[in-house]
Design a protein around this ligand. Sequence first.
Ligand code: ADP
Length: 503
Amino acid sequence: MGYHSILEKQIRKLLPENYQVEAVMQELLNTISSSYQAFDRDKRLADHAFEISEREYQKVNADLQAQNDIRKASILKLKEAIRSLDPTRSFSFDEKDEDLISIISFLEEQIARSKQMEADLILAKETAEKASLAKSEFLSIMSHEIRTPLNAIIGTNNLLHYQDPLPSQKELLNVMKISSENLLSLINDVLDYGKLEEGKIILAERDINLKQFVKNLRAAHRLRAEERGNNLRLMFDEDIPDFIIGDDIRLGQVLNNLISNAIKFTKKGTITIEVLLNRIAEECVYVDFAIIDTGIGIPPEKQELIFDRFTQANNNITREYGGSGLGLTIIRLLLKLQNSDIYLESEADKGSKFYFTLCFKKSETVAQEESKTMHADAPDLKGLQILLVEDVEFNIMVAEKMLQNWNAKVEIAGNGQIAVEKAKATQFDIILMDLQMPVMDGYTATKAIREFDTETPVIALTASITIDIQGRATEFGMNDCITKPFNPRDLFSIIAKYTSKDK
Ligand code: ADP
């Protein structure tokens, strides 16, 4: 094997040939050649290692660069996002500022502001809720306060009618009656509207004998219709099941309102209450209701407007007929609550048709013989012993006089506690129970009476017409409810209804 190439060259150049053959020299040359070769190997290894670290360095550098780009893009996006949060505000960090710390402190500031805003909003919401509660309470108290003297006015008026007034006085009494009744319905409307707006109405589910129900409605409105020379007709579809389940109070409210309007806006015409079976589905019975009149009608441009609150088709109408402009708004809200809506077809001077469809749950109840309640026409309650629970002296006077006019025997209890004692001592045919009274209110008294007497009918007399009162009254064991100031017919028929079974 030859020497390393560099050593070969040096030998040729510097070492005479006679030295080259000497054994000692050859050993030396071999050692030097090995050293050269070892150096070469080390150099190659070192070069290779350098090459590798150079490549790694390049890669790390490229990665760093890419990360830097991502960081820059993120900061840019962050700034854009902050700006788009509130485009109206100019932000304190400048365009070139890439300092994440300044952005983070800016965001911290923003979060603190948002938290403050949230706290302010919660406070504002609580204040609004308190105000709304105060409004409801105010309405409820005021309605009661206004209804009590109104009760006196309407009650006196009813009593005066019984005392054979002169024709000229009768006319004045009528004006007083209509005005006070208008005022009453206005108060009721405002109250109901408030409740509906607050979403406080819960629908009841009761058996309704729909045929009897609309017959009663018609009877209640017939007199007023006749006074205006109107014919009030009822068209009832006999295919409708005897009983259906729904909220009779809300249904009554809707129909009463539409019938009153039809009578109000029609003179010497015809008003038809139409109740038709739409279809019987698996769970529901769909019934179409329509109130059709031949009155003054509503011009097309007013037909949507009249459903807005406090809107009337014609301002002169307010003067002539009264009204709050809330009736149709309430009807619409009540129907929406039952997944329905009210529709109108009308032509000026020809008449109007208001119609809607309601879905009632099916009932298991079947019709019994026509109830005996119709004897309500005979204005006599002879032999009945009635407990009247009422604290306001004037209300006592009005109710007592009415009941005595019908030959009933009346016992008075000035508060709930006295009523409970009297009901323990005597078996009354019916108890008329005011709700708000000192010492013990009507609810508590009825609950106490129901512990020893579940039979005697208890009828709630209430001045505050809040439309959820009926449900509460039933909960406490009352059979029914009549709102003061009651008209004599209503009071009579409710008493007759609950006492007829004994006859
Ligand atoms: P109110 O009758 O208390 O004024 P409503 O909301 O019940 O309020 O009715 C609003 C308006 O719609 C009435 O003032 C009247 O102009 C019009 N209107 C309602 N029903 C009839 C109807 N049957 N015929 C003609 N106009 C009607």
